[in-house]
Design a protein around this ligand. Structure first.
Ligand code: B12
Ligand code: SF4
Length: 504
């Protein structure tokens, strides 16, 4: 959709300011799995990995960056905004740009800074924003002409206006969380709609009432839930359906956190006959009325943050909402309502032992989780978990080197498990993923899935490859540790170390 300001500006003889918003690609994982450790995989492996990368990137969540969709929807006279999604395209370094804005995620910060350098070398001003800038602003200053801290929905207009007036400030800070109830129509004009799996991304709320220690959503977006106006969300669904009738992705971290809001919203969406996916807590299984509304409004799949399957595993990480005695029942209730479950598990939690992989496997078999995602506990810089593990001496990289804590796909151990020696952990994790991701399981899960059977088959098939990659990388990491840092592999686990110290 062309921006209306263009005509007026050219009529007045003024040049439009061209702004480029950039989203970077992660080193591996949902953006196309790649080896992060294997320096020299065989020719056959390289060929196979390359072939599968593109297919997996598309089959997984190849969705546009919602943050940049919002920023590019801010209309300022005399400014036209474009999006470059590096997961799909090269940087347009040779085109003329007046201003570049880049989203910075912690695990991808090095890439974002390198991109910033490229543009600044060419004399283009660069603004950095996103989760990493909000959490670690000072580490970003040297790579930018301006940094934006916090949710930039309203601030972005100030940045663009200042830039136009040549009065760009070095730092913009969102002093308060933006009022989400105010109308803010989202435009898709800067997106290439057909390259994505879907472009129907909607966020109805921000903030999270929970405080899991490995997460930083509540640090960035606050504890109090802020909601958008329900009429506005319904209008957005209507508008989006005009250009794209594919599946909707409600990107809220917990779409069932506020039961009465969710019930009203999704009841209003029933007549639109959309299909949608989202993220929820397993507590949904105990919210029968909401569950029914979700099913009737076209919910086909939910990612459930299950993490550990026992209270011993979850409690040390402040994951109190998942109680062991209701967890399996809740997952079964959700599937019984006709909704597929992506179960997101974490192995390596403080309460985990070598028995945990079997408990996870049994849980999956009992509940029929349609897609199991088996993550390794990941200390994300800026989370309470990161700080605690640093103080316990359990980080495997220097805590100052926050960029070492890159994002990958269960391909790397970043901290020492509390009760399991590293070598045993890698062996047991590898054995678990080998047992869970087989052609037989992929076929069975696809057949038993309550809906979207093809998508379930594709996901499970792609995980055979992705967890194979994870096993290869983890074993390469293990070999390197053996030769370069054997002291890390001492059979004394941090737990035993602690106990010895206490006895002394
Ligand atoms: C949906 C989602 C996904 C989806 C879709 C991603 C996509 N294409 O956008 C999928 C599943 C693909 C995904 C993948 C990953 N994700 Co994700 N994801 C989310 C989630 C739940 C919502 C993101 C969202 O749309 N938010 C809504 C928008 C409006 O908010 P926003 O992006 O933060 O943007 C606002 C501000 O940050 C700021 N802003 C953002 N960019 C810019 C740029 C400029 C110039 C400026 C000025 C401002 C600005 O202004 C925006 C408006 O207020 C968030 C959690 C969360 N609550 O945000 C995690 C989150 C962003 N993801 C995270 C991670 C780690 C990943 C992965 C690396 C996982 C992996 N191992 O592969 C990949 C990385 C993919 C990539 N290339 O970025 C982390 C990032 C942590 C961090 N400190 O950097 C988060 C915060 C979750 C968490 N707590 O750990 N993710
Ligand atoms: S992991 Fe999920 S439930 Fe826990 S704090 Fe983060 S967003 Fe909230």
């Amino acid at each position: 959709m062309p921006r209306p300001y263009g005509v007026t500006y050219f009529t007045l003889g003024l040049a439009m300011k061209k702004v480029l918003l950039i989203f970077t690609r992660s080193a591996s994982g949902v953006d196309g799995p790649r080896a992060v450790y294997d320096a020299l995989p065989s020719k056959f492996q390289q060929w196979k990995d390359g072939l599968l990368q593109a297919a997996i990137k598309r089959a997984q969540f190849a969705v546009p960056p919602m943050g940049l969709m919002l920023l590019s929807s801010v209309e300022v006279a005399g400014v036209e905004q474009h999006i470059c999604d590096m997961r799909f395209e090269e940087l347009p370094l040779d085109e003329h740009w007046d201003l570049v804005g880049i989203t910075v995620h912690t695990g991808l910060a090095k890439t974002a800074f390198a991109v910033a350098d490229e543009f600044r070398k060419r004399g283009v001003k660069v603004v950095l924003g996103g989760p990493h800038v909000t959490l670690f602003p000072d580490s970003c200053v040297e790579y930018a002409d301006a940094i934006v801290l916090g949710e930039a929905d309203e601030l972005w207009r100030d940045v663009l206006e200042d830039f136009k007036q040549n009065t760009l400030k070095p730092r913009y800070v969102a002093m308060e969380f933006p009022d989400l109830s105010a109308p803010r129509p989202v435009s898709k004009h800067a997106l290439k709609i057909h390259r994505y799996f879907t472009t129907n991304l909607i966020q109805t709320s921000r903030g999270c009432p929970y405080r899991c220690d490995f997460c930083n959503v509540y640090v960035m977006n606050g504890h109090t839930m802020r909601h958008r106006n329900i009429d506005e969300v319904v209008k957005e669904v209507e508008r989006f359906l005009v250009d794209d009738d594919r599946v909707f992705f409600f990107v809220d971290d917990t779409v069932n956190a506020d039961v009465s809001y969710a019930k009203e919203l999704f009841t209003r969406l029933i007549p639109y006959k959309i299909r949608w996916v989202g993220q929820a807590t397993p507590l949904l299984g105990q919210q029968p009325e909401l569950l029914e509304v979700f099913a009737k409004s076209g919910c086909s799949g939910l990612l459930l943050g299950i993490e550990g399957v026992t209270n011993e595993s979850n409690k040390p990480h402040r994951k109190f909402q998942n109680m062991e005695h209701t967890l399996a029942r809740n997952v079964k209730a959700i599937r019984k309502a006709g909704i597929c479950v992506y179960g997101s598990f974490i192995y390596g939690l403080d309460g985990d032992t070598l028995e945990t992989p079997h408990a996870i496997e049994e849980f999956i078999a009992e509940t029929g989780v349609d897609i199991p995602g088996i993550n390794i506990l990941r200390p994300i810089p800026g989370t309470p978990l990161f700080d605690r593990l640093a103080s316990e001496g359990r980080l495997m990289f220097p805590k100052e080197d926050i960029y070492a804590f890159r994002y990958s796909w269960g391909q790397e151990l970043l901290c020492k498990p509390k009760q399991i020696a590293i070598e045993d952990f890698i062996e047991s994790y590898s054995a678990l993923t080998k047992r869970l991701f087989t052609f037989k399981h992929a076929a069975l899960r696809a057949v038993k899935a309550p809906c979207i059977n093809q998508a379930i088959a594709l996901f499970n098939l792609s995980y055979i490859h992705m967890y194979g990659l994870s096993r290869r990388d983890l074993h390469t990491q293990l070999e390197r540790l053996k030769s370069e840092q054997p002291e890390m592999l001492t059979t004394e686990t941090p737990m035993q170390f602690f106990e010895t110290k206490v006895q002394v």
